[in-house]
Design a protein around this ligand. Structure first.
Ligand code: AMP
Ligand code: MG
Length: 433
């Protein structure tokens, strides 16, 4: 199934003092790591160095001995702290020569910015080490540079993430494929992500691992399963190394089909992993709208829904019902109930959901009330206690949760749980009808 032998390994060298000092987070290395693994050129090592010629030189030269593809990012700008190109040319004993494609692109770049001429300082941006292949930068002035460094290929890319991504997606693969294509193809990694929410990683793993042991080998062989938990849920990432995309899709289908009954109520489908997408789709499918009354989430549920284009078709509106007076006056929670049960209670959550749907004229409702912390907890309602109610088809259900973590985590988990509860009920309702 896999290609013969090991995958050709790659290394990443990121250059910049700001990366070492923690002023800029090294997102390029992470992004490149994903891309290269997906291409069948997994990253074996990663280096970060400052804007110091000797350090860049030593590190690049070391990396070239270790792997077959070295990708360097940063230090390609026109200013004095940008050393990468000169150092690499020197290391390889090549001079810098003007590249015509890069020069035309540079002229066009400045013309588009309303300047007649390329500024003196920027002219060197079109110079590359002799014999290099140039990858035009559609978003900036520093082109990508591909060099044959004997044992390995060496790629230089600008540090600005936007520019780097445009160059990589534009033509990097075809520029290196003459050399690495045949061997990397057998190691391309295919992925599928299955999203779950509302079940903790260990419980999910217990159920799944038992099932996986019982499944025939031809379903599980060669499929790696990773659990990726965060505050919002646990994603299952399936990967297959090697083979074509169609074969991988077919095998993912069979695999997911054979575990899907275990995932049941916790699984949801969303192309970008956002549960709000799944909720919006269910509301649309059933021709329903929703209104929300939020206390501890302060509008987060409404935000999640309105992050998506077309939200006006499914969300009527919401009330941030923070103070008791707003819960009572604007949403219609009964004062006596609130005083008797407390703001964080099943009764109040139910009334928030029912009344907000009624008052705003929505088909369904969500009510959230809880203790986000760090203060405000008590023995019977500790920090993280959240009541969530949903109203669907005139019936209201309420669930008490106890979320862990800081204020942000409790609020995010609450919004996610509210969306999950509505999603589940809409789906069950659809399955009935
Ligand atoms: P440079 O190509 O070194 O002139 O980098 C230009 C800008 O890109 C820097 O000021 C950083 O903000 C950003 N940058 C450079 N390297 C990285 C990196 N590894 N990850 C994210 N941003 C970076
Ligand atoms: Mg720099």
């Amino acid at each position: 199934m896999s290609g013969s032998g090991r995958a050709p390994a790659s290394a990443i060298v990121t250059v910049g003092n700001e990366l070492l000092y923690g002023e800029t987070v090294d997102t390029n290395a992470a992004w490149l790591g994903r891309i290269l693994a997906g291409w069948g050129l997994p990253v074996a090592k990663r280096y970060t160095v400052g804007d110091i010629a000797e350090d860049i030189r030593e590190t690049v030269s070391l990396a070239l001995k270790e792997v077959e593809l070295v990708v360097v990012t940063g230090g390609l700008g026109p200013t004095r702290d940008d050393l990468t190109k000169g150092v690499v040319a020197d290391l390889m004993g090549r001079s810098l020569v003007r590249n015509e494609d890069a020069w035309h692109a540079l002229q066009a770049h400045f013309r588009a910015a309303g300047e007649d001429e390329v500024p003196e300082l920027s002219r060197g941006q079109a110079d590359v080490p002799e014999g290099a292949r140039v990858l035009v930068n559609p978003r900036g002035t520093a082109p990508g540079i591909v060099l044959d460094a004997g044992e390995a290929l060496l790629v230089l890319l600008p540090g600005v993430p936007d520019e780097l991504e445009a160059i990589v997606e534009g033509g990097l693969l075809s520029a290196i494929d003459g050399r690495l294509g045949d061997r990397r193809r057998g190691h391309v990694v295919h992925h599928r992500v299955v999203h779950t929410t509302g079940i903790v990683e260990t419980h999910l793993a217990e159920r799944l691992e038992k099932r996986l042991e019982a499944l025939p080998d031809d379903i599980t062989d060669g499929i790696d399963l990773a659990y990726l938990p965060d505050v919002l849920g646990v994603d299952l990432r399936l990967s297959i190394r090697g083979g074509g995309p169609d074969e991988a899709e077919r095998r993912f289908d069979v695999f997911v089909e054979s575990i899907t009954d275990l995932l049941g109520e916790w699984q949801y489908e969303a192309s970008d992993g956002d549960l709000a997408e799944a909720v919006s789709a269910e509301l649309r499918r059933s021709g329903r709208t929703v209104a929300v009354a939020e206390s501890c989430t302060g509008g987060l549920v409404a935000k999640r829904l309105t992050d998506r284009a077309g939200a006006s078709e499914i969300l009527v509106g919401g009330v941030v019902a923070y103070a008791d007076a707003v819960k009572i006056g604007e949403v219609g929670v009964k004062q006596a109930d609130l005083q008797r049960e407390g703001a964080v209670s099943e009764t109040v959550a139910r009334q928030l959901s029912e009344r907000v749907a009624e008052r705003l004229g929505a088909d369904t409702g969500i009510g959230v009330t809880g203790v986000a912390g760090p203060g405000g907890g008590s023995l019977d309602k500790p920090v993280g206690t959240v009541w969530i109610a949903t109203t669907v088809g005139g019936e209201t259900e309420a669930v008490r949760h106890r979320f862990a973590g800081d204020r942000l985590a409790v609020r995010e988990a609450s919004a996610q749980a509210a969306l999950a509860q509505l999603y589940r009920r809409l789906r069950d309702d659809g399955a009935k009808g």
